[in-house]
Write a protein that binds this ligand. Structure first.
Ligand code: IMP
Length: 175
């Protein structure tokens, strides 16, 4: 079935920005115990590209989360559906998130991961929608700031569809 999605950020722009973020992270984490924590499912594409642009010894862990909300609204109460497979005590954790919308999910994950006693916890997000902020969270590495539109592609879904699009796009009404 053909999809009707218009491009907001094309694949080349994403690749360029991910290269820049990878270079920054490589500089900042040299000599440290970097662990990327990929927040499933939405961050799987971003994490795989980002990891290949970081030129350091590092680990990748996966955290599966399900957000409890009313309809499309995030409540910030997240259920862990898949936990880290190894402790991160003493490690430098970098949470890799697809999008920070209200900020509630990241706030919860920061609290959760801090209980695991890492040496540091920081956040790398591909996208940020500041218009919808409900709680301010630090975003240490950010790909793009976007307006308040629902986006899909590059891992992001709409009812589990569109994750495989190689670009960030907007679903046209009627699709
Ligand atoms: P927050 O708790 O409101 O910051 O929500 C973050 C999560 O909501 C993200 O990890 C996404 O899974 C989902 N989300 C928020 N905005 C969008 C969007 O525009 N497209 C797809 N998923 C979104």
């Amino acid at each position: 079935m053909a999809t009707n999605v218009s491009t907001m950020i094309d694949a080349d722009r994403i690749a360029q920005r991910v290269r820049e973020l990878g270079a920054e992270i490589t500089r900042d984490y040299a000599g440290r115990n970097l662990v990327l924590v990929c927040v499933l499912k939405g961050s799987f594409v971003f994490t795989s590209d980002l990891a290949r642009n970081i030129d350091l010894p590092m680990r990748v862990e996966f955290l599966g989360v399900r957000s409890y909300g009313e309809g499309t609204k995030s409540s910030g109460v997240v259920q862990i559906t898949h936990d880290l497979t190894k402790p991160v005590e003493g490690d430098d954790v970098l949470i890799v998130e697809d999008i920070v919308d209200t900020g509630l999910t990241i706030a919860h994950l920061l609290d959760l991961l801090r209980t695991r006693k890492p040496a540091s916890v920081k956040v790398c997000a591909l996208l940020h929608k500041p218009a919808r902020t409900r709680i301010q969270v630090p975003i240490d590495y950010l790909g793009f700031t976007i307006e308040d539109k629902f986006v899909v592609g590059y891992g992001l879904d709409w009812a589990e569809r569109y994750r495989n699009l190689p670009f960030i796009g907007l679903v046209e009404s009627g699709s």
